[in-house]
Design a protein around this ligand. Structure first.
Ligand code: CA
Length: 235
């Protein structure tokens, strides 16, 4: 079974939103719907999604500004812009702010779903292309597996070899409990001098880097008596 792709729908008109949600769900997507730009940006700070469907005309921060702000954070997240107007200038404005595709309302639902599918397929192979950075995202964090650079809400940082080793182990086993033994052996090898305290200190450091509140971790969880568990998307 393939994982359902999460889509963020930003649309303030309830009847349009309802129709789109229904059809996207029928296609097997996991839809989160918000009705304002503020909520959309908040949602993206906290969760990952594979595609944003963004209405151009929104109350508060409008679609163009939302698009601009998403692009400042993320150059790759596919954005499909929807608009009530069909004029060329509006279309160009959307594309110049970084939208990947554009549909004018009213649109054909079949065409809409085809474009959604095409954008998701395009973004699927992007990360494997050689020139594309390999990014892991969780919460508001982004980690480049090649340069070992991390973007966190607290700023940018350069991760060490050992930190990357441990993170990679977690990323390869999302949601799974990794025992202290497994973590110690994989990250530090068989070195008998490694104290288990070292592992705990390491986890404390990862939480300091990547958790919004390191004292109540949402991503790097302690599983009492068993080890640690990495959760990409907290419930
Ligand atoms: Ca609207």
């Amino acid at each position: 079974m393939t994982e359902k792709k999460p889509i963020l729908l930003v649309e303030d008109e309830p009847h349009i939103a309802q129709g789109l949600i229904y059809n996207l769900q029928e296609e097997g997507y996991l839809v989160t719907h918000v009705e304002s730009g503020e909520k959309a940006l908040n949602h993206l700070q906290e969760s990952n999604c594979a595609l944003v469907i963004l209405d151009r005309m929104l109350p508060g921060i409008d679609g163009l500004e939302v698009c601009r702000q998403i692009r400042q954070q993320d150059k790759q997240l596919p954005i499909l812009m929807l608009t009530a107007r069909g004029d060329e200038e509006d279309r160009i404005a959307g594309l110049s702010e970084g939208a990947d595709d554009y549909l004018s309302k009213p649109f054909n639902l079949k065409e809409f779903l085809l474009r959604v599918g095409a954008l998701l397929r395009r973004s699927n192979w992007q990360p494997t292309a050689e020139h594309q950075p390999k990014l892991v995202r969780f919460g508001a964090n982004r980690i480049d597996l090649e340069t070992h650079q991390a973007q966190t809400p607290k700023g940018q940082l350069q991760l060490t070899e050992l930190e990357m080793k441990m993170l990679s182990l977690f990323f390869d086993h999302p949601g799974k409990v990794l025992s202290r033994g497994t973590l110690l052996q994989t990250v530090w090898g068989m070195d008998p001098d490694t104290e288990t305290r070292t592992l705990d200190n390491f986890i404390v450091r990862l939480r300091k880097y990547f958790e919004v509140d390191p004292s109540t971790p949402k991503h790097f969880l302690t599983v009492r008596g068993r080890g640690y568990r990495f959760v990409s998307k907290p419930e």
